[in-house]
Design a protein around this ligand. Structure first.
Ligand SMILES: Cc1cc2nc3c(=O)[nH]c(=O)nc-3n(C[C@H](O)[C@H](O)[C@H](O)COP(=O)(O)OP(=O)(O)OC[C@H]3O[C@@H](n4cnc5c(N)ncnc54)[C@H](O)[C@@H]3O)c2cc1C
Length: 341
């Protein structure tokens, strides 16, 4: 089949983008199918303006900037990208020949790498008085522009990395930041928690939001101390809610793959229960390893899956291959003599 791709990557999140780059390194004819209109997955949808500190090579990089660089890197070998196309079904016609049907078209591919993250996702909504009415009028679940918080009084809700990172970052923009969390400890990187307690953020653990009020926009929040039961009112302009996400695997759960909860089980080769179909990034559940929802970890899985996909298509080829300086024709390679001393 001349229009058959060597590898089709489902999902253009950070891990899918890096897999597309790596597939290009292996000279594989590559297709990337993405349900959303833009690349970047969770980064683009949920935290484009947050700094990321734990990706190699960048001491700190804005989410949107990382996506721009990954997309640039992924596209340099001519991979085809199709946005606004959700993959609805995946069938194995025979080993080495797979059919993918999206909301728009059908494609054939020798191998598939599923990098669908947490599937279709949306933030958990607050279930307190006033939250639904004032959503978009001061109550938000995603930060799209940090500038929006300039000079305003912000209340952040949550106890994970997202709540802690945003409290620290938005302290540079808001006039006042208060963070409340219902437990007595934070489930965030230790360094960030230390930085939080060293910062000017007002931190109140074992406190919970019980109500929000305001005429046309947020004006006040009522919080309850879970130890004493006392309630008090804070004057605030914005409430940023960071209490996790709900994910739905969507059609992927119907493809006959072995699943582990809401993840796809993979073996040491990053291969699923369907031959020639691999899973990487947040969606993958390594049966004999650990599952880590981190971009850096997903990058490693991408190199592994692409190596095995390449070997699956061309059994004489090695799973591993040389490093990138052995690859000719890199679009962004510096010209001779331009390397910095
Ligand atoms: C608020 C927040 C902050 C975070 N901060 C960090 C951080 O600082 N450092 C870090 O390492 N990690 C961080 N993470 C985790 C990190 O974002 C994820 O580990 C990473 O996005 C996983 O990448 P992925 O490509 O596997 O999946 P995703 O980013 O989820 O991308 C998957 C893509 O697949 C698409 N898709 C799903 N199903 C289909 C389908 N059927 N057809 C077509 N497309 C489909 C989705 O639309 C999505 O675009 C954070 C996560 C959140 C929520």
């Amino acid at each position: 089949m001349s229009d058959e791709y060597d590898v089709t990557i489902i999902g253009a999140g950070p891990v899918g983008l890096f897999a597309a780059f790596y597939a290009g390194m292996r000279n594989l004819k590559t297709l990337v199918l993405e349900a959303l209109p833009r690349p970047g997955g969770q980064i683009t949808a949920l935290y484009p303006e947050k700094y990321i500190y734990d990706v190699g090579g960048f001491p700190a990089i804005l989410g949107r900037d990382l996506v721009t660089e990954l997309y640039k890197q992924a596209g340099q070998f001519g991979a085809d990208f199709k946005f606004n196309e959700r993959v609805e079904s995946l069938e194995m016609l025979e080993p080495g020949h797979l059919k993918l049907t999206t909301t728009e078209a059908a494609y054939s591919s020798k191998t598939v790498i599923i990098a669908a993250g947490i599937g279709a996702f949306q933030p958990n909504r607050l279930n307190v008085a006033g939250a639904a009415e004032l959503e978009g009028k001061g109550v938000s679940y995603v930060v799209r522009e940090r500038e929006k918080f300039l000079g305003r009084r912000l209340l952040v809700i949550g106890g994970g990395d997202t709540a802690v990172d945003w409290s620290l970052e938005l302290r540079n923009w808001a006039s006042e930041v208060t963070l409340i969390h219902r437990l007595d400890y934070f489930e965030a990187h230790q360094r960030s928690v230390i930085a939080l307690y060293d910062s000017q953020v007002n931190v109140h653990t074992q406190n919970e939001l019980v109500g929000i009020s305001g005429k046309d926009a947020v004006e006040r929040a009522v919080i309850r101390d879970n130890v004493t039961g006392d309630e008090r009112t804070l004057d605030v302009d914005d409430i940023l809610v960071c209490i996790g996400f709900r994910a739905d695997l969507g059609p992927i759960s119907q493809w006959g793959l072995n699943l582990e909860g809401r993840k796809v089980s993979v073996n040491r080769q990053a291969e699923t229960s369907m031959p020639g179909v691999y899973a990487i990034g947040d969606i993958a559940y390594p049966q004999d390893g650990v599952s880590m929802n981190l971009i850096a970890y997903g990058f490693g899985q991408a190199t592994l899956a692409v190596g095995h996909a390449s070997h699956f298509i061309h059994p004489k080829e090695r799973v591993t291959h040389g490093h990138s300086s052995q690859r000719k024709g890199m679009k962004y390679a510096p010209t001779p003599g331009s390397a910095q001393s």
